[in-house]
Design a protein around this ligand. Structure first.
Ligand SMILES: [Zn+2]
Length: 270
C-alpha cells in the first residue's frame, strides 16, 4: 500500500491547534522476532498555524494503540487499550484512582488503589499508572530527563478545570520536570465530530449556544500555554463515539458502555 511520507515542518510554538483532519489508514509489515506482524498505522495531519505536523499512533498486538513518540522511550511502557484488548494490561503493578472528574493529581508510591483523583504521577519502576475511559480523554505524559510519567483522565469537567496543565505543574514540583521536555500523547476519546454540548457547557469553553467542543485541541492549547511544545504533543484523532467496533462510548451506549484502559509506567521491578 502506498502512502505519502510528509516532510515535517517546524511549528510555531504559539500556533493555534485546529482539530485533526485528513485521517488516512494504511498498513505496514513489521518484523518481530522473525514473524511478520501486520499493524495498522493511522496517519493524520494536524493543521496548525505556522505549519503542518503528522502524528503517528500505531495499533499493535491485542488491539492496543501506542504513540510513536512514547514508544521510542525504552525506559517506559504504555498503551491505549480498546474494547477488544482482552486481559490487557496485566494486573501486576497497576495503580489506579477512583475517578471523580476532578482536577486532583496524586503522586503514586505504590501499586493498587490510590484514592480519589483523576491524574497520577510517578517515577517508580514497576508501577503502571492506569486510567479508565469511555469518551473522556486518556492523556499520557513522559519526562525523558527525570524519567517521570503521568496518566490523566479528562472529560469536559477535567479539561475546564485544567487538569492537564495542573499535572505538568505537579511533575515540575515533584520531579523537576521542565514543560519544554515533556512528551504528551492524547488517546482515543470523543471527538469534536460527536461532542455537542448545550450552552451551559459551551460557555465554560468560551463558546456560545449549542455547539461542538474539541476536547483534545483544548488540552493542547492549555499545555501549549504552559510551555509544552506543540511538536511534542500527539493526538490520536480517534473518536470513541464514531467507532463502535473498537471503542467504548458512554454517550453512545450509556449504562451499557464498558471502559477502556490506558496506562504508562517506568519499566523495571518494584
Ligand atoms: Zn465522532
Amino acid at each position: 500500500m502506498k502512502f505519502r511520507i510528509p516532510s515535517p515542518k517546524p511549528l510555531a510554538s504559539s500556533g493555534i491547534l485546529l482539530p485533526p483532519n485528513n485521517k488516512t489508514a494504511t498498513t505496514r509489515i513489521t518484523s518481530n522476532s522473525g514473524s511478520p506482524i501486520v499493524s495498522s498505522i493511522l496517519k493524520r495531519r494536524l493543521r496548525r498555524a505556522g505549519g503542518l505536523q503528522w502524528d503517528l499512533f500505531e495499533r499493535g498486538n491485542n488491539q492496543v494503540f501506542r504513540a510513536d513518540t512514547l514508544a521510542q522511550l525504552g525506559w517506559l511502557t504504555h498503551g491505549f487499550g480498546t474494547r477488544l484488548s482482552k486481559n490487557w494490561p496485566s494486573s501486576n503493578g497497576l495503580a489506579f484512582v477512583k475517578q471523580v472528574h476532578s482536577d486532583r493529581v496524586l503522586r503514586v508510591e505504590s501499586d493498587g488503589p490510590q484514592g480519589q483523583g483523576d491524574a497520577m504521577i510517578s517515577n517508580l519502576p514497576g508501577i503502571a499508572l492506569a486510567i479508565k475511559t469511555a469518551d473522556c480523554l486518556p492523556i499520557l505524559m513522559a519526562d525523558p530527563k527525570s524519567r517521570a510519567v503521568a496518566a490523566i483522565h479528562a472529560g469536559w469537567r477535567g479539561v475546564v478545570s485544567k487538569i492537564a496543565p495542573k499535572t505538568v505543574q505537579a511533575l515540575t514540583r515533584e520531579f523537576g520536570t521542565r514543560p519544554e521536555e515533556l512528551v504528551v500523547a492524547i488517546g482515543p476519546g470523543i471527538g469534536a465530530c460527536c461532542f455537542e454540548v448545550g450552552p451551559e457547557v459551551a460557555i465554560q469553553f468560551g463558546l456560545a449556544g449549542r455547539t461542538k467542543v474539541d476536547l483534545a485541541a483544548t488540552v493542547c492549547q492549555q499545555l501549549g500555554r504552559n510551555g509544552v511544545p506543540a511538536g511534542q504533543m500527539s493526538v490520536s484523532g480517534l473518536c470513541s463515539y464514531c467507532d463502535s467496533q473498537l471503542f467504548e462510548s458512554y454517550r453512545r451506549d450509556r449504562e451499557g458502555a464498558g471502559r477502556m484502559i490506558a496506562m504508562i509506567g517506568v519499566v523495571g521491578a518494584l
